[in-house]
Design a protein around this ligand. Sequence first.
Ligand code: LLP
Length: 385
Amino acid sequence: MIKGKFPIEKFKNIETPFYYYDVDLLNKTLELVGKCSKEHGFEVHYAVKANANKKVLGIISGAGLGADCVSGNEVQAAIEAGFPANKIVFAGVGKTDKEINLALDNDIFCFNAESIPELEVIDELAGKKGKIANVELRINPNVDAHTHQKITTGLNENKFGFNIEDLPFIVKMIQRSKNLKFVGLHFHIGSQITDLTVYESLCVRINEIQDDFDKWGVKVENINIGGGLGINYEHPNHIPIADFESYFRIFSKHLKLREGQRLHCEPGRSLVAQCGSLITKVTYVKKGVNKQFAIVDAGMTDLIRPALYDAYHRIENISSDNPVEKYDVVGPICESSDVFDKDVELNRTQRGDYLAIRSAGAYGEIMASGYNLRKLPLGYLSTEL
Ligand code: LLP
């Protein structure tokens, strides 16, 4: 079994479970994204929701990216981490007045607006401050992302975005307002997209929508195609970096940009997932009738993806080179869904061994909870150990 490389000696002084971030891999990923985005003229906004660990945010802002935020606290965290306000976009169907005010006070690049009542509130609050708020309209393109039902967002039945038929009215409404400026269109159809032809369909749809805007005589300055590029959860050691080359190439090839139009994207998972592992220690090995269980000190409170989405995360015993045996790897939480995976092949495992639950840098630490009064896991960079 090919395993990732981990500095186990250094782990001995750290309380488990914890997240471990491989900075070298994160930097390599950022370098590739920087290179591709320059080549194809993309502006990249990191989706902060994937991982808002301060140290991770610091590295990503240092690479010159913008930020995609979905709450006032994310806007605040992005600014504190050094993301320039004029590269911050703010999405979400339920932005509160307080969050909108915070974004206005910081002069962020734009709001990705999702409903008429939201536009009315942004209009009113911007007016009170004597400011003009840039807005992109999030459009629900009705493109199926072919991904997990809980992380697909671009279909008519989802709660996100505007319906296309409403657009002429909405654009007129924005043009009438003194406090709103229409600056572009925003799309996001889902997450963990591995069938890249889905993005070709998105391009076709965007081209059609752009034709409509041309007909209405409305200029669209920015096209934001959201995030969603998937990673390889099965083979984090062989395929540690997502296929950014193909991703950027598809949009360059299929999207018909108008003159002067700027293209934006909002990757989250594809930037940070593979650099992160949840490190946990085996508390007990328990023999069942037909199975054996590796009971670890991490639980669904630390990494909820397997319990919530039946998500697969590769698990490696990084302490042992013994021959492989099968285990159900389970946490200590009083919920039967507190299972990381069943029938996992691990090098023979004993109490005290370290397991690495891989590809956990996105939607891992940030989705942790304190259920059962558990401590939130901390995150450490490889460079600080
Ligand atoms: N932009 C918007 C508007 C989004 O809603 C999202 C993710 C992204 C960008 C970033 O997508 P990414 O590149 O990370 O796929 N907790 C789930 C994922 C939820 C994604 C929600 N939206 C999971 O653990 O799989």
